[in-house]
Design a binder for this molecule. Structure first.
Ligand SMILES: Cc1cc2nc3c(=O)[nH]c(=O)nc-3n(C[C@H](O)[C@H](O)[C@H](O)COP(=O)(O)O)c2cc1C
Length: 179
């Protein structure tokens, strides 16, 4: 079982990037993450380009999404929404339909106490419109700077929550396959 993992931050020391590294460690034994290294390499979405021929980076993202059993997304909250790079990736995916029916686990890590709750709600709405099945309970990691040290998620209670979220994603993916 494989989950396509996307990070909404391009920052080298990103807390959300650290969450994705932790998720790779905490996946159930039968699952692994296929981590998209850098969403910043995607060109800006342009429907004219899409209608001619999708660029290679976009084709690669779409193929990896098609092969994935689910999606794992970790994103910062910027100005009460998700990041531009992540929204751009979702815009390239939406028309492909490769995401339809796949379960999605959402995590937002923020330095604020709310843990990016507004970005998460915003993402859930967009991803639902895109035909994915967003897990009802995502994870909001507030005060992330106190929980992530030297690029590692060290806060034990959050690691437990992240492990549980990944188990739910695996369960949803298994049920999806059985249908
Ligand atoms: C331009 C900008 C806007 C931000 N807006 C919000 C916001 O609306 N809500 C929030 O909780 N945090 C906000 N933050 C704080 C980010 O969530 C925080 O910097 C977070 O660590 C970024 O994620 P990263 O560590 O993965 O790069 C903002 C940060 C920046 C740089």
């Amino acid at each position: 079982m494989e989950f396509l993992a996307m990070c909404g931050s391009l920052r080298a020391e990103s807390f959300n990037g650290a969450v994705i590294r932790a998720a790779a460690e905490l996946c159930p034994p039968a699952a692994r993450l296929d981590v998209v290294a850098d969403l910043g390499k995607l060109p800006f979405f342009n429907q004219d380009v899409e209608l001619q021929a999708a660029p290679p980076e976009v084709r690669d993202l779409r193929e990896r999404c098609a092969e994935a059993d689910g999606l794992f997304i970790a994103s910062p909250e910027y100005a009460r929404g998700t990041s531009g790079v992540l929204k751009n990736a979702l815009e390239w995916l939406v028309g492909s339909g490769k995401q339809v029916g796949k379960p999605v686990a959402l995590v937002t890590a923020s330095t604020s106490p709310q843990g990016g709750d507004r970005a998460q709600a915003w993402l859930a709405e967009t991803l639902t419109m895109m035909g994915t099945v967003v897990l009802p309970e995502g994870l909001r990691i507030g005060l992330a700077a106190a929980k992530i040290t030297e690029g590692r998620l060290v806060h034990e209670a959050t690691r437990v929550e992240l492990r549980a979220l990944l188990s739910e994603l695996a369960l949803a993916a298994r049920e999806n396959k059985a249908d």
